[in-house]
Design a protein around this ligand. Structure first.
Ligand SMILES: NC(=O)c1ccc[n+]([C@@H]2O[C@H](COP(=O)([O-])OP(=O)(O)OC[C@H]3O[C@@H](n4cnc5c(N)ncnc54)[C@H](O)[C@@H]3O)[C@@H](O)[C@H]2O)c1
Length: 418
């Protein structure tokens, strides 16, 4: 079996951590048990370009239990957990091509290695697999039934491809399922971004001015966790509705040009480019810490920071302090890449349980229904989303009410008023 991982001898630690995650993924576990019996993906080759974490390992094992031949590569050069990659290869015979810290060239070689398997389903987190197929492997397009996409940025890219008429096969926007972005983006990114900053730096949040750029699903989650730890949260937005929501949630809202002068910690979660730029670095306080939790490392203008820099030192792993020509120090975390995955472990398994249940059931849906789909971006079928919510509640031991016949009738009527 061909694979490329950092060190296969790390497999035992990966095995235990994969099991630890599995114990917190009851919905995916139920799907795995059914997949093992019914084999809905029998004979399908599936390439997944996802963060190689313990949770992703459980998804890959589930897809394999369903009969798929699974190939896995990383969706970010810094997010791979090398012990997990080793265990997938050693204990589960799943070919993994991912090494934490791989350079850009190796990152794409790993994507190509997965594409060499000629997948019929692609599973992406950021659309790198789909865009690579479209740019360089067009001969493989006829093999592909459909793809699935995990994150906001990927869905934005794919919708742009569909709008330009270049998307060559259907893709299911897993990110847009309610049981994905309500929970994964908000509570998963919220907690793990906080975790990444704290693990990486060991700073105290209480009393700090924390600037949250972007008040979308991820930004809301991180703002909530930062505020909960005693920070003074400042939100930067471009959307009036979201800015208003942040203001009414109790945060200060202001443009980045003003926030730059007063922030102690900055985190971008926008999916946009160059949110923090040269003019902002120039006015930041001595000691400011800057990081990103949006998908790509484009939210912080690293070239501009380097241009202003006199010298830099890695003070702790992936914590690089830039001494500017002005003498002020600005610290950049994780090279401006996803701080929650580079400095911590990404989202906790109990939230990925729902995201990856959506992935597994979307793969099954694609297998069954791809002939009926056009070259468009589709939402996850509503019944899948609702089933996952119901299963998650059940697994959490939470029961809810049912409408009485009288309530059903009332809610469907219009005659009864004041
Ligand atoms: N770190 C992770 O593990 C993780 C998890 C899920 C999503 N993501 C990524 O995080 C990013 C945000 O995802 P989301 O689901 O919150 O998206 P979203 O669309 O809900 O929110 C993004 C917000 O950023 C705002 N924004 C855009 N440009 C801005 C700018 N220049 N300045 C200030 N605000 C700006 C938008 O108005 C919007 O409110 C995406 O790149 C997504 O792929 C990361």
């Amino acid at each position: 079996m061909d694979y490329d991982v950092k060190d296969i001898s790390l497999a035992q630690s990966g095995k235990l951590r994969i099991e630890w995650a599995e114990q917190r993924m009851p919905v995916l576990r139920l799907i795995r048990q059914r997949f093992a019996k019914q084999k809905p993906l029998k004979g399908v080759t599936l390439a997944a370009c996802l963060h190689v974490t313990t949770e992703t390992a459980n998804l890959a094992i589930t897809l394999k239990a369903g009969g798929a031949k699974v190939y896995l590569c990383a969706s970010n050069p810094l997010s791979t957990q090398d012990d997990v990659a080793a265990s997938l290869v050693k204990h589960h015979r799943i070919p993994v091509f991912a090494v934490k810290g791989e350079n850009n060239k190796t990152y794409y070689q790993h994507i190509f290695a997965c594409l060499d398997a000629r997948p019929q389903i692609t599973m992406d987190d950021g659309a790198d697999l789909v865009s690579t197929v479209h740019k360089t492997r067009r001969d493989q397009i006829p093999d592909i039934m459909a793809g699935t996409e995990e994150t906001t940025t990927g869905v934005v890219r794919l919708k742009a491809m569909a709008a330009h008429g270049v998307l060559a096969f259907p893709v299911i926007a897993v990110n847009d399922a309610n049981t994905k972005h309500f929970f994964d983006n908000r509570y998963g990114t919220g907690q793990s971004t906080f975790d990444g900053i704290v693990r990486g730096t060991n700073i105290l949040f209480a009393g700090r001015a924390v600037v949250v750029c972007g008040y979308g699903w991820c930004g809301r989650g991180f703002a909530m966790r930062a505020a909960g730890s005693g920070a003074r949260v400042i939100v930067v937005e471009v959307d009036p509705l979201r800015a208003l929501e942040a203001a009414m949630d109790g945060y200060q809202v202001m443009p980045i040009a003003e926030a730059a002068k007063i922030g102690d910690v900055f985190c971008t979660l926008t999916g946009d480019c160059h949110v923090i730029r040269e003019e902002h670095f120039k006015v930041m306080k001595d000691g400011a810490i800057v990081c990103n939790s949006g998908h790509f490392d484009i939210e912080i203008d690293k070239a501009a920071l380097n241009k202003l820099t006199r010298s830099k030192r890695e003070m702790r792993p992936m914590v690089v302090q830039h001494v500017l020509k002005s003498g002020r120090r600005i610290t950049l975390l994780a090279e401006g890449r996803l701080v929650n995955l580079a400095l911590a472990e990404g989202h906790p398994p109990s939230v990925m349980d729902m995201s990856f249940a959506n992935q597994a059931l979307s793969a099954e849906f694609v297998r069954k229904s791809h002939k009926k789909l056009e070259k468009k971006v589709y939402p996850v079928p509503r019944d899948i989303d609702e089933r996952i919510a119901a299963l998650k509640l059940k697994a959490m031991g939470i029961r809810i009410d049912k409408l009485t016949p009288e309530q059903k009738e009332y809610l469907a009527s219009w005659q009864v008023g004041t």
